[in-house]
Design a protein around this ligand. Structure first.
Ligand SMILES: N[C@@H](CCC(=O)N[C@@H](CS)C(=O)NCC(=O)O)C(=O)O
Length: 208
C-alpha cells in the first residue's frame, strides 16, 4: 500500500490532511507551491489534468476531487478504524449523502458567498444580490446541519467519521474566512468545537 498526497497549505487539501491524520495511514506528502505554479507543471498535470490539490496517488492510481479521495480513503482504510461505514450498509448511503451534500451544496453556497464578498476575490467580482442570495442559501444549509446534529453527537450518530472531519475541516476555515455568525446554531457549534479538539485534527491543522 502506498499513498502520495499532493497538497498545499491553507487549501482544500486540508480536508484530506485531517482524514489521513485520523486514519493514521502512512503517506508521502508532496507540497506544491500554487503561487509559483507547481500545479501547472507537466509532471503534475499528468497526474491531475485539472492542476489542483488535493490529489493523491494510491498504489499508482491518481485520485482527484476531494470527495472522491475521501470515499476512496474511507472504503480502503476507514472501515476497520470505525471512521467509515461498511460498504453496502444503510449507514454508508447516509455517509455518501452528507459527504456529497457538504462538498456540493454547502461548499458551493459558501464559496459563492465568498466570491461576492471577501477580500480573497477582487472587488469588481462582488455582486450584492448574488451575495444576498448565496447567504440566504448558506444560512438554510447551516440550519439543516444544525437540525441533523440535534440529539446525535456526530452526523452519522454516535461515532465521528470522515463525514464529520470533511465537513468540519471546511467549515472550521470557511465560516471564519467568510465571517459567518453561527451563534444560533448551537448543535453545530458544539460539534465543531468537539472535532477541533481531537488531537489528530490539532496536529494536522498546525501543519497547514
Ligand atoms: N473541487 C476540488 C477543488 C480543488 C481546488 O480548487 N483546489 C485549489 C486549492 S483550494 C487549487 O488547487 N487551485 C490551484 C489552481 O486552480 O491553480 C476538490 O474538492 O478537490
Amino acid at each position: 500500500m502506498s499513498i502520495t498526497f499532493y497538497y498545499s497549505p491553507q487549501s482544500s487539501a486540508g480536508r484530506i490532511l485531517v482524514s489521513l491524520a485520523e486514519l493514521g495511514v502512512p503517506y508521502e506528502g508532496v507540497r506544491l507551491d500554487l503561487r509559483a505554479g507547481d500545479q501547472r507543471k507537466p509532471e503534475f498535470l499528468a497526474i491531475n489534468p485539472n492542476g489542483k490539490v488535493p490529489t493523491v496517488v494510491i498504489d499508482g492510481t491518481p485520485v482527484f476531487e476531494s470527495v472522491a479521495i475521501q470515499i476512496a480513503l474511507g472504503e480502503r482504510y476507514g472501515v476497520q478504524k470505525g471512521l467509515w461505514p461498511a460498504p453496502g450498509s444503510p449507514e454508508q448511503l447516509t455517509a455518501l449523502s452528507w459527504l456529497v451534500w457538504g462538498q456540493v451544496s454547502l461548499t458551493g453556497a459558501l464559496f459563492r458567498y465568498m466570491a461576492n464578498t471577501s477580500d480573497y476575490f477582487p472587488k469588481e467580482m462582488h455582486h450584492e444580490k448574488q451575495a444576498e442570495h448565496a447567504l440566504a442559501e448558506l444560512r438554510g444549509l447551516l440550519r439543516i446541519l444544525d437540525d441533523r446534529l440535534a440529539g446525535r453527537p456526530y452526523v452519522l450518530g454516535e461515532r465521528c467519521t470522515l463525514v464529520d472531519l470533511d465537513l468540519a475541516a471546511m467549515l472550521g476555515w470557511g465560516l471564519m474566512a467568510a465571517k459567518i455568525d453561527y451563534a444560533e446554531q448551537k448543535n453545530l457549534q458544539g460539534w465543531l468545537g468537539r472535532i477541533m479538539e481531537r488531537p489528530a485534527i490539532k496536529a494536522a491543522m498546525a501543519q497547514t
